[in-house]
Design a protein around this ligand. Structure first.
Ligand SMILES: *[C@@H]1O[C@H](CO)[C@@H](O)[C@H](O)[C@H]1NC(C)=O
Ligand SMILES: *[C@@H]1O[C@H](CO)[C@@H](O)[C@H](O)[C@H]1NC(C)=O
Ligand SMILES: *[C@@H]1O[C@H](CO)[C@@H](O)[C@H](O)[C@H]1NC(C)=O
Ligand SMILES: *[C@@H]1O[C@H](CO)[C@@H](O)[C@H](O)[C@H]1NC(C)=O
Ligand SMILES: *[C@@H]1O[C@H](CO)[C@@H](O)[C@H](O)[C@H]1NC(C)=O
Ligand SMILES: *[C@@H]1O[C@H](CO)[C@@H](O)[C@H](O)[C@H]1NC(C)=O
Ligand SMILES: *[C@@H]1O[C@H](CO)[C@@H](O)[C@H](O)[C@H]1NC(C)=O
Ligand SMILES: *[C@@H]1O[C@H](CO)[C@@H](O)[C@H](O)[C@H]1NC(C)=O
Ligand SMILES: *[C@@H]1O[C@H](CO)[C@@H](O)[C@H](O)[C@H]1NC(C)=O
Ligand SMILES: *[C@@H]1O[C@H](CO)[C@@H](O)[C@H](O)[C@H]1NC(C)=O
Length: 499
């Protein structure tokens, strides 16, 4: 028994702790003009995206992925789940047509069986475990079960009382479905597939979840979330949700099943009811998420344990019904033009078309002058920007406007912070641009990579190991008039958690 436990522990650490987390991207296809598979693969290659998840197993897409060195998760769509879960032969046939037929040219790394079945197609819950078993046994028969994992993505809404994470548990209505699935995933060395949407946690919290906490922005220490049972500190919603899954599994005595996040993202546009679906927020969330994942930071409960994550999603899907934001979760529009440039300069990895490293942070037009002045004062004071060039008679004094001076100071700060995500914010009055704002003799930091970009070699360009999320302690950060979390309200538990 002790031996077996040790073995399990060893397998677990081999499976996760030593594994390096990756970032992948989901590819939804509800576009009125879906790019051809060849175009999709060309985009993936140009963006150095090495891991993708398809919502089906489209043969044309898989053919285009041949010899691309891209790892692919294929899916059994919900419409096919009943057939696959009711017949071993149908499942074997599915594997044969949608997996075996494409090997070895396509590197298929896992099969996602259904999508959020318990919450979106609850009637099919009884066939979920059989479907997983049948697909798995077909892979065993082909001797591919070690190479190709089988699992099923869940909505995080099946986990209740996620705040604080240590009290989380699976919705008891589903416990009898989930417990045997977890045992199956454990026995097949698979992982728990979870969709994590801090955007919705934030939207549905009636103001209790601070936007900064959802966006991995540094929080002032008095707003940091501490789980009073474990004393673990949470600096972002994402970690809290992943840990809630670990705790909910532990509650069912499953303690060695790694979490892989199959969907996470932030919409960059929405209607008037969705004011936080903005380019700035989407960019901040996804940039910070990528840094956080690639740093292998793990979560407070399992530090250093890789939590690989697939971003939702590659393209804006203009055919998706529902709230306007549903159509704007993409990193690219259907023409392959980026919806925004992720702030990943310096991480040297995926998705950055910002290959020149030439971005600048300037004051936004038409914003409140008092807010600009306050942010300027902060940058030149606590932000420790060298602002002497803004004094009368110095190179950057003219034009003598708050906007012009703020632009210089914001940009100097942004470059001092290595252009890291979140460092061009200033309570919303700053924006990133690719146009060099230098004028006359006034050279802005970052212009040709000079003047202050690497002032002193420390706390500069973030490596792929850094996360903006947990670097708050070291980073002076302009917080403006910080909003105060309401200490009363319906979500008492959450509020206590956030104290
Ligand atoms: C698939 O990816 C795995 C992991 O990176 C690698 O070991 C394997 O060689 C790849 N297979 C093919 C056919 O490229
Ligand atoms: C299901 O099919 C697999 C081959 O795909 C076979 O190895 C397994 O024994 C079958 N299981 C049942 C219950 O028939
Ligand atoms: C738990 O799941 C049941 C069945 O789907 C659902 O009716 C109920 O609302 C869920 N409970 C919570 C608190 O979400
Ligand atoms: C978990 O393990 C404890 C102690 O062995 C046991 O009492 C409990 O019934 C188990 N719970 C489940 C859901 O298996
Ligand atoms: C961008 O900056 C990073 C360090 O911040 C550097 O390693 C890289 O070479 C730069 N890339 C270009 C194209 O200048
Ligand atoms: C992004 O970079 C790739 C590779 O350098 C290039 O082919 C593509 O045109 C760029 N896209 C945009 C919109 O700049
Ligand atoms: C840029 O650097 C040069 C030389 O280091 C210096 O003379 C100049 O004043 C700097 N300009 C600004 C705007 O800081
Ligand atoms: C830069 O670093 C050196 C040595 O690490 C230190 O002596 C110096 O004070 C630093 N300068 C600034 C402006 O921080
Ligand atoms: C970053 O991670 C890489 C490999 O993951 C490692 O070799 C390197 O030492 C790390 N750098 C820092 C500064 O931690
Ligand atoms: C990156 O991860 C290491 C531990 O693996 C952690 O100590 C460090 O704080 C992380 N970097 C940032 C900037 O969060």
């Amino acid at each position: 028994m002790a031996m077996r436990l040790l073995l399990l522990l060893l397998t677990f650490s081999a499976a996760c702790a030593d594994e390096v987390a990756f970032i992948g991207v989901n590819i939804g296809t509800a576009l009125s003009s879906m790019p051809s598979p060849t175009q999709v693969v060309a985009l993936l290659k140009s963006q150095q995206i090495r891991h993708i998840r398809l919502y089906d197993a489209d043969p044309a897409m898989l053919a285009a992925l041949a010899n691309s060195n891209i790892h692919v998760t294929v899916s059994v769509p919900n419409e096919q789940l009943l057939a696959v879960g009711q017949s071993n032969a149908t499942a074997a046939n599915w594997v044969s047509r949608n997996v075996l037929a494409h090997l070895p040219a396509v590197n298929i790394s896992s099969v996602a069986v259904g999508s959020e079945i318990l919450t979106s197609l609850p009637n099919a819950a009884p066939v979920l475990l059989p479907a997983l078993r049948f697909i798995h046994s077909a892979l065993v028969a082909a001797n591919l079960n070690l190479q190709i994992k089988v699992s099923t993505p869940h909505s995080s809404s099946i986990i209740l009382d996620s705040f604080p994470p240590s009290q989380a548990f699976f919705n008891r209505s589903w416990e009898s479905d989930i417990a045997p699935i977890l045992k199956f995933l454990q026995s097949t060395d698979s992982y728990f597939m979870l969709n994590v949407y801090p955007y919705y946690d934030y939207m549905q919290s009636n103001g209790v979840v601070p936007l900064d906490y959802a966006l991995f922005r540094p929080l002032p220490p008095n707003k940091e979330a501490v789980d009073s049972n474990t004393l673990l500190h949470y600096t972002n919603v994402f970690d809290a949700v992943v840990d809630a899954a670990y705790f909910a599994m532990a509650y069912l005595n499953v303690t060695n099943l790694p979490v892989i996040v199959m969907e996470s993202g932030w919409p960059h546009k929405g209607d008037s009811n969705e004011p936080d679906a903005t380019v700035d927020n989407a960019n901040t969330y996804n940039s910070n998420l990528i840094r956080h994942v690639l740093n292998n930071t793990g979560t407070p409960k399992h530090p250093g344990m890789a939590v690989s994550t697939y971003i939702y999603e590659l393209y804006d899907e203009d055919q998706r019904p529902g709230a306007m934001s549903e159509q704007f979760w993409g990193l690219f529009n259907g023409d392959g033009v980026p919806d925004y440039t992720l702030h990943l300069t310096g991480s040297g990895l995926v998705l950055a078309n910002d290959t020149t490293n030439q971005t600048y942070c300037i004051a936004k037009d038409g914003v409140d002058e008092k807010m600009l002045q306050a942010a300027l004062d902060w940058a030149c004071g606590p932000g420790k920007v060298e602002c002497s060039v803004l004094q009368q008679g110095q190179l950057c004094y003219d034009p003598d406007t708050v906007g012009s001076h703020a632009s210089y100071a914001f940009n100097a700060y942004y470059h001092k912070m290595g252009m890291s995500a979140g460092s061009c914010y200033f309570n919303g009055v700053a924006a990133i641009t690719t146009t060099d704002p230098s004028h006359d003799a006034c050279k802005f930091p970052g212009s040709n990579g000079k003047n202050g970009t690497f002032e002193n070699g420390t706390t500069l360009a973030p490596s792929s190991n850094s996360t903006a999320g947990s670097s708050g302690a070291q980073r002076p950060y302009y917080d403006g008039a910080a909003e105060i979390i309401p200490l009363i309200g319906a979500l008492l538990l959450l509020t206590m958690f956030l104290v």
